[in-house]
Design a protein around this ligand. Structure first.
Ligand code: GDP
Ligand code: ZN
Length: 327
């Protein structure tokens, strides 16, 4: 008699990281599988550790190959190459950095679309914060949708001014309110069939928006006062939620700050997409668009072809990149 060994490769997507050794996967039928990592894989990661800049071995959204145990749990054997990923500098928390550098913390991998959520107030809209998120998204080459939520709290029409500014650049910007139920359906129609990341500061209403679209989710809504307390760096606990067979959202509770990771000074202007056509014509190809002679970006700001606000954001971020060199 012959025994047939049929080695079927099973793949899953990481939906949550519970600890360094415990991962939650969704399999092809959306079933939840709790996994550990194959010792060999862990060993490889640890051996390479001083050459790596990542804080974690795998991230939410990673596609993994795993073996299924008899008890229904799994063991991760390998991680597939990422199509894209979005990351930030790891917060300065104990054990998160070594060699005096800040590590890269991958927030999510293999994403189709990113919703950058901001609010009119509580917390106040800050275009510079928004631009930092946009830079991160652009550097990962992701499709960006901007949301300004809580428009029920708007006392003047500055949100419309921002809407025009970002629309002119080419971004979709939705003005929404969970409380007054405005444009929530427009967000929903953009989600279908995609793996979307909801990103933005704490308190802007990400969980509220998701709950409004999908009441069954029952995500925990933060208390406004909680978001004003500063100084505590919670680790990112992003998780992927399945909405239907092909639609997923990744929620990122706990993000308070965003520092784009690994962006070089000379590359920054690429991530301000409306600068590109002017930056190509600057006199010096090393131009950083600050004060150099023959800078076409500055000329475009003067002609109001590029908004002064966006150029200010650019300069501000450029400044923080220079600071990083002193680490
Ligand atoms: P998250 O941290 O981004 O997920 O924000 P939450 O969804 O936890 O919401 C933070 C707070 O803002 C909660 O008190 C919500 O009730 C409130 N909130 C959310 N959306 C709106 C809105 O459209 N209008 C108003 N006025 N408050 C909102
Ligand atoms: Zn220039």
């Amino acid at each position: 008699m012959y025994e047939v060994f049929c080695e079927k490769i099973i793949k899953g997507i990481i939906t949550k990281i519970e600890s360094k050794d415990h991962y939650v996967l969704a399999d092809e039928t959306d079933e939840i599988i709790r996994c550990t990592i194959r010792g060999k894989l862990k060993k490889e990661f640890n051996l390479k550790k001083d050459k790596l800049y990542f804080t974690d071995f795998a991230s939410v959204g990673d596609v993994v190959v795993y073996d299924l145990n008899k008890d229904g749990t799994g063991v991760i054997n390998s991680i597939e190459e990422r199509r894209n990923y979005i990351s930030r500098k790891a917060p300065r928390i104990k054990g998160a950095s070594y060699r005096g550098e800040r590590l890269e913390q991958v927030i999510a991998a293999n994403i189709d679309k990113i919703f950058i959520v901001t609010s009119v107030s509580e917390p106040d809209f800050n275009n510079k914060t928004l631009d930092r998120f946009i830079v991160s998204a652009e550097s990962s080459d992701l499709d960006v949708v901007i949301i300004i939520n809580k428009i029920d709290l708007a006392v003047n029409d500055s949100s419309q001014k921002w809407q025009k500014l970002y629309n002119d650049i080419g971004y979709t910007l939705l003005l929404t309110s969970v409380l007054s139920v405005i444009n929530i359906d427009k967000i929903k129609s953009q989600l279908s069939g995609n793996k979307s990341l909801f990103w933005g500061q704490s308190g802007v209403g990400k969980s509220s928006i998701l709950n409004k679209m999908y009441p069954g989710l029952n995500l925990k809504i933060g208390d406004v006062s909680q978001h004003t307390s500063k100084g505590i760096h919670t680790t990112v606990t992003s998780r992927m939620i399945s909405l239907d067979k092909n639609t997923f959202v990744i929620d990122t509770p706990g993000i308070r700050e965003i520092d784009p990771y690994g962006i070089k000074k000379e590359d920054l202007s690429h991530y301000f997409i409306e600068f590109e056509e002017f930056a190509d014509q600057c006199k010096f190809n090393t131009c950083t668009h600050q004060h150099e002679p023959g800078c076409e970006v500055i000329a475009a700001v003067e002609k109001e072809l590029i908004s002064a606000e966006r150029h200010d954001s650019y300069l501000r971020i450029l400044g923080t990149i220079e600071d990083d060199l002193n680490f």
